[in-house]
Design a protein around this ligand. Structure first.
Ligand code: CP
Ligand code: NVA
Length: 308
């Protein structure tokens, strides 16, 4: 089963594979916008396993699978035997004999790794505590659409060093750009948890203004991620100065864009002025989950296809 290609973290693909996927995302998006049917996954089945809440991820995978001619089945912990202790390995054996592709949103990265090791079909990480590769795939596609290649550019990450931050850091190593991270004290990046190779694509800053200075993209995320709700009260205090506001945007490059994976909390990690302002591309970013993941699903199930 080792030859199956999975997408469990950003560094699972090479820069060359990303070049292909970004091109493919654009082709699939353009075709969709022209209302031209495209059904390369006819008769294929995607199984989606959710152990955490979702709006965008569920919608984009389910709609995407259907638009490509396939179908999608939603499972959650509460209604499946996974919630009653069925071993992940057993679930992987069974689910992957009945489907062509599996997407999992869960807590520990280890769960998706264990599932993939026992799966006959490709497995996609739809968010774990450690990583959110599908989101960064869509985010970089969005950046390219608005500002061109990301190579050599600077991304400012303000806030929690969470799954999104870790994935930006991996992307910087794979694709060749820089990430300036600013977190409150005690929440700094742990390079090992981020799964970095040890290159020098990122720098940590105590002051978020310094992280944003000259950046081409400023981005943030919730202060309390799913699964960390018990820390919410402490985090509200600790993160108070890490709210992306107009002052931070004013020191970024004048053409900088603002991104947020959503859902957002106006007045916490970002002001309404910024997220609803002219530099924000958050709605394109959310929409691009659909197009980028259609390219991803096509690639994992069918491999490279000629433009058609
Ligand atoms: N950004 C994102 O993954 O959103 P959902 O939690 O709604 O899927
Ligand atoms: N960091 C957030 C992202 C939600 C899409 C979380 O894990 O809850």
């Amino acid at each position: 089963m080792t030859s199956i290609k999975h997408y469990l973290q950003f560094k699972d693909f090479t820069r060359e594979e990303y070049d292909y996927l970004f091109e493919r995302s654009k082709w699939i998006k353009d075709k969709f916008k022209r209302y031209e049917p495209y059904h390369p996954l006819f008769d294929r089945t995607l199984v989606m396993i959710f152990e955490k809440a979702s709006t965008r991820t569920r919608l984009s995978f389910e709609a995407g699978a259907q638009q490509l001619g396939g179908s999608a089945i939603y499972l959650n912990t509460r209604d499946s035997q996974l919630g009653r202790g069925e071993p992940v390995e057993d679930a992987a054996q069974v689910i992957s004999r009945m489907s062509d592709l599996v997407m999992i949103r869960t807590f520990e990265q280890e769960m998706v790794e264990r599932f993939a090791a026992n799966s006959r079909v490709p497995v996609i990480n739809g968010l774990t505590n450690e990583y959110h590769p599908c989101q960064i795939l869509a985010d970089i596609f969005t950046f390219i659409e608005h500002r061109g290649p990301i190579q050599g550019r600077t991304v400012a990450w303000v806030g929690d060093s969470n799954n999104m931050c870790n994935t930006w850091l991996q992307a910087a190593e794979v694709l060749g750009f820089n990430v300036h991270v600013s977190t409150p004290p005690g929440y700094e990046v742990e390079p090992e948890r981020a799964g970095l190779y040890g290159t020098d694509n990122f720098e940590q800053f105590a002051d978020p203004m310094d992280a944003c200075r000259g950046a081409d993209l400023v981005t943030t995320d919730v202060w309390t991620s799913m699964g960390f709700e018990a820390e919410n009260e402490a985090r509200m205090k600790d993160f108070a100065d890490w709210c992306v506001d107009a002052e931070m945007m004013s020191v970024a490059d004048k053409n900088a864009v603002f991104m947020h994976c959503l859902p957002a909390h106006r007045g916490e990690e970002v002001t309404a002025e910024v997220i609803d302002g002219p530099q924000s591309v958050v709605w394109d970013e959310a929409e691009n989950r659909l197009h980028a993941q259609k390219a991803l699903m096509e690639y994992l199930v069918l491999g490279r296809v000629e433009a058609r």
